[in-house]
Write a protein that binds this ligand. Sequence first.
Ligand code: PLP
Length: 385
Amino acid sequence: MNYDFDRVIDRRGGDSLKWNIDAAQIPMWYADADVASPPAVIDALIARAQHGVYGYAQEPAALRTIIVERMRRLYGWHILPEDIVPVPGIIPGFNLASRAFGAPGAGVVVQAPTFYPISRDVALHDMIPQHAPLRRSVDALNVHFAYDPIAFEAAFDERTKIATLCHPHNPTGLVFGRDELLHMAQTCVNRQVVICSDEIHCDIRLDGGEHIPIASLSETIAQQCVTLMSPSKAFNIPGLVVGYAIIQNPQLRERYVRAQSGMIPHPSAFAYAATIAAYQSGDAWLAQANAYYAVNLDYALVYIRQHIPQLRCTIPAATYLLWIDARELQLPGSVRDFFARNGVALGDGTPFGGESEGFVRMTLACPRSVLAQALDAMRAAIASQ
Ligand SMILES: Cc1ncc(COP(=O)(O)O)c(C=O)c1O
């Protein structure tokens, strides 16, 4: 069956955070997709809604078996059902790790630039972000980011309790290789630092490559890891607030669950129903979604090279995000504001840290016609400057 990703779905005026902005702007800023979820997910949600009674939800018996089987099948990673802790979203899941394994004054290693709620929330817990910048380089066409093992090791000191990993990496779309992951993991294992690995984008691969969960590298590394995963980005259900932590070390898991108790609710009945449907019946849809986003990426790269050569882009291997270096435009103010005034809402680079002023983030997960309109508006804005 072929799924229709070209269909433009009107999201304005509804409950979409991404779309309820100035009507003159095309929203390319938020990391949610403008595509309908797989039909199996929609059917499962309709069936659950039609039941009519929305009492407190119990985790469905099948959930853990489905996740265990998925980890084994996709990543060759052998986990047990009891390793899974359902959480209502990845950021709550990350904050739980901060609560469980950090303390005021503790250090948390963050690879900048990075999805900014991570460094923001480290500060909320009165902990200290310890920056391990990715290595950045530019050439005539693109901007490149790479893991920097020296910077990573240098970020640690005696205060460090947690090292965060965003893998695949938001905003650059970088995928860390096995040796890089091994180096990060070994650095943490040697120092007894907990690895909190946000792998929410693991199922969105534009290059056809395979994801390697850091915890799957070895038994010893697994004992040091909290891995956060979710069907939310891949199957476009982030509004259902859903996710799970995988924690194979029973002591760490016990501390995590204790931190959760009474503070963070479990996912809702709708979140559970959608997760099961997505994982059981959504993979053909997911393959087509990834292929569609990959063509969108090519479209954007070719367009930018031809018509807006002042912009340099990353070439994401994963995620549906394009990280754009607009420094060559030498705009007097914020790049985000410039494009917003000219009809395109992009994500502001600055909060991502790592000297990201002059960068913007663009979401590619939309019908190609919408992407084309946004790029045309960006080109016109720069031409009229
Ligand atoms: C890397 C990363 N982690 C976490 C989140 C947010 O996850 P959630 O909405 O489940 O809290 C996002 C959303 O864009 C993300 O890109």
